[in-house]
Design a binder for this molecule. Structure first.
Ligand SMILES: [Zn+2]
Length: 102
């Protein structure tokens, strides 16, 4: 048992922080078994981590898009919306060159 856990009267391990069980009692073939589960604060931490990862992924994607938008080589791969916004700033001559490239 971890230092932040305690064994409750019902024989199940609980979390000291949030007071929710870290074990689940299930019966398999008439035999009771305790399986480990995540308590509330562990779930919160996991969710928070996922949220941060999502945020980071999004930021990286935006950065990558910006990079590709500014880079001449990757210009045709840029999504239409971004392309439109950028093309307005571009000179006509440069645009023709980009359009002709495969
Ligand atoms: Zn907890």
């Amino acid at each position: 048992m971890k230092p932040d856990e305690y064994l409750n009267e019902d024989g199940i391990v609980y979390c000291k922080n949030c007071g929710t069980p870290r074990q689940l009692r299930i019966s398999i073939f008439d035999r009771e078994q305790l399986v480990p589960i995540s308590c509330r604060c562990q779930l919160d931490r996991i969710n928070e981590q996922r949220r941060k990862e999502k945020k980071r992924d999004f930021r990286q994607r935006v950065l990558a898009l910006r990079k590709s938008g500014l880079s001449d080589e990757r210009f045709p791969n840029t999504p239409l919306k971004t392309t439109k916004a950028i093309t307005r700033k571009w000179k006509r001559q440069k645009l023709t060159l980009t359009a002709g490239r495969k």
